[in-house]
Design a protein around this ligand. Sequence first.
Ligand code: ADP
Length: 341
Amino acid sequence: MEDKKLNIDELIKQCRDETHKLTEQLQNEKVVEFTDYSMDDLKVVDFSEDFSTIDAQSQEERNLAQEEIKADSDEKLSAEEIDELNKLEAELEDEEEQEVTNVKQLVDYSNNPTIIDFENVTMRYNKVDKLIEGLNLKIHEGEFIYLVGPSGAGKSTLSRLIYRDVNNVGGTVWVDGINATRLKPHDLHKLRKKIGVIFQDYKLLPDLTIYQNVKYTLDVIGYPKKKKDEQVLKTLEKVGIKDQKDKYPNELSGGQQQRAAIARAIVNEPKIIVADEPTGNLDVKNADIVMKILERIHKSGTTVIMATHDTKIVNKYKHRTLKIEAGGIKGENKQGGYIYE
Ligand code: ADP
């Protein structure tokens, strides 16, 4: 009996040793953090700020964990919202099926005219450090481009250069024939008319209804008065939130707010859409809907530039992908798909 007990004690000791070894190994790989090496205290570390050090497999694991969190948040949607999402999703999926032949092979846009041209661009946020130096990049009409890379890499800054939302810029950013870097403030509207911008946090005006938020774009650009109402309603219908038009942003779910923000960005039918982490605040289902809407916008001929670090989306909806790091282009995948290294 005593012998058996000793053997079991020995076994438990071996198990503990193995667990220690494994936990140390996992900690070194920055996958998980254990408190006091107890399996009960296992906790997943949020290492979103440290993307660059994680290998592809770890990122996949992280995606799965994120998906679970997002799936939980799906449960918070009302039955009405789920119905609405399912309807829109079915509609978008039908369109996708019709396009299936185009999906397999990425279209080559390199023979299309250049619509955005970064020529030897340099940019700094303060007087000392240059974030971007000698950047050259051509984006062709009708392309869909992902800017991927770790947090702080410069994805937002590149996006902001396109709609001239940053200063201290050297070189030239051409946007559909306009020199965006040298544009006088009173001419900015000429540039902004060509570009619809979508943000991670929607940036809807809280004191205006959804209808008014979308109409605001048309007011600013002097759209013909008689056609405004029809154009706003048509656009809200395209993104599946016409029924919500008289509500204020804070009465809508995140997914609905982002679709309102997309409506605001596309209502004047701009040639270019710049989307900065448009799915960053959304659960899986709403992120998917947003992507399907962006795909639809792209298929209608609009050039789309999307900054994201959502590997799952980049791998699902494939487009030319540029890896941004330290303010420069550190890799390109013409066939689409996330660039991990
Ligand atoms: P990303 O979109 O890839 O997360 P950003 O373009 O937002 O990267 O930021 C790139 C770098 O520029 C970061 O180091 C960030 O801290 C810095 N930065 C961004 N915006 C500003 C700003 N307004 N003033 C000073 N530094 C900034």
